[in-house]
Design a protein around this ligand. Structure first.
Ligand code: C2E
Ligand code: CA
Ligand code: CA
Length: 335
């Protein structure tokens, strides 16, 4: 049909200046007169459907449905509330411990944002982070997250905690913002946190976009001592060539491969392959979403370096993490 054909044509390789370019498109379709009687309404509804097609993955098409408008209104209202959330101090950070499997000790934590809205209650980051990314609000929110995480770790170190690294999620929009590097430098200086304590988690899609400027940002971060981890590894392109190309420190195997790892040989093979590949490239390998002892035993045997998941601890508010920071307490978490 026409939509499929158009998408196929766009997906064919285009030669520009002797470069082979591959692009994909998403398409939204609205139909006259069911979806609107004038061009403006039809275009608006096709646009709404296009965002749904994009959300479902690349290279697809979606027909408009009236329920999509309700979702668009909900999204709009989340965006408005997000604008106020920072001023009203509705965000806090939770911290999920990360365990060094060989040493059997706590080696750091991942900072995860939590939003408590006065009427909505707890809103999942899976729901509001995409809205923050689309609207650009991820820039001030991301700066707050970085500042708060660095400030918190500095205060734990001051209180005598052992070396402890803090992993902060960085969205693509934030990473490619022109103020990003300066912002990191300013935050480390303001919070007086040595750069080695900070680890940034980025996804594969960040590396694939504008690869030259990405490489230069990553090299600058490396020179400063900030570490870089690839989040959700295995769900995207997972190409060896880019892993070699960029200065990276670790890979985080996506939770979908880790859940119930002991149950299928397929999963085990994938996890083993990622661990070997990571180690060949001198990267540390971290497994997230570890929920059972069986998961942990398998990962230990496979030589995985670090693990994180409900088996060890759920993400915790800062005051509940403090008791885990002493070496003895950390050991009980890991055994
Ligand atoms: P993520 O970076 O992959 O974070 C891991 C998610 O898995 C967290 O969900 C965590 O609570 C959850 N999790 C941890 N261990 C387990 C487990 O054993 N089992 C299961 N089923 N889940 C586990 P959360 O906190 O809801 O965050 C969801 C996503 O939102 C994150 O995925 C990340 O992409 C994004 N996010 C969270 N905080 C931030 C932030 O400060 N900035 C940005 N840009 N994104 C964030
Ligand atoms: Ca993460
Ligand atoms: Ca992840």
């Amino acid at each position: 049909m026409a939509a499929k054909r158009a998408l196929q044509l766009v997906a064919e390789a285009h030669s520009i200046d002797r470069h082979e370019l591959h692009i994909t498109a998403s398409m939204g379709i609205s139909i006259y007169p069911e979806d609107g009687c004038d061009a403006e309404t039809l275009l608006k509804n096709a646009d709404t459907a296009m965002y749904h097609a994009k959300g479902d993955g690349k290279q697809g098409f979606t027909f408009f449905q009236p329920t999509m408008n309700a979702l668009a209104v909900e999204r709009q209202s989340i965006e408005e509330d997000l604008r106020n959330a920072q001023i009203r101090k509705e965000f806090i950070l939770y911290y999920q411990p990360k365990v060094d499997l060989k040493a059997g000790a706590l080696c750091g934590a991942e900072a995860l944002i939590r939003w408590t809205h006065p009427e909505r209650g707890q809103v999942s980051p899976l729901k509001f982070i995409p809205v923050a990314e689309d609207s650009g609000l991820i820039l001030p929110i991301g700066t707050w997250v970085l500042h708060e995480a660095c400030r918190q770790v500095r205060s734990w170190i001051d209180a005598g905690a052992p070396f402890f690294s803090i992993a902060v999620n960085i969205s693509a929009r934030q990473f490619h913002d022109k103020g990003f590097l300066n912002n990191i430098v300013a935050i480390l200086s303001e919070t007086e946190l040595p750069a080695q304590y900070l680890e940034l988690e980025i996804t594969e899609s960040v590396l694939m976009k504008y690869s030259e400027s990405t490489a230069s940002i990553l090299h600058t971060l490396r020179e400063k001592g900030v570490r870089i981890s690839i989040d959700d590894f295995g769900t995207g392109y997972s190409s060896l060539s880019y892993l070699r190309k960029f200065p990276l420190d670790s890979l985080k195997i996506d939770q979908s491969f880790v859940h119930r790892i002991g149950e299928t040989d397929n999963q085990k093979a994938i996890v083993n392959a990622i661990i070997s590949m990571g180690h060949c490239l001198n990267l540390r390998v971290i497994a997230e979403g570890v929920e059972t002892e069986k998961d942990m035993d398998f990962l230990k045997e496979s030589g995985c370096d670090e693990a994180q998941g409900f088996y060890f601890s759920r993400p915790l508010p800062p005051e509940q993490l403090v008791p885990l920071l002493s070496a003895n307490a950390a050991a009980t978490l890991c055994n």
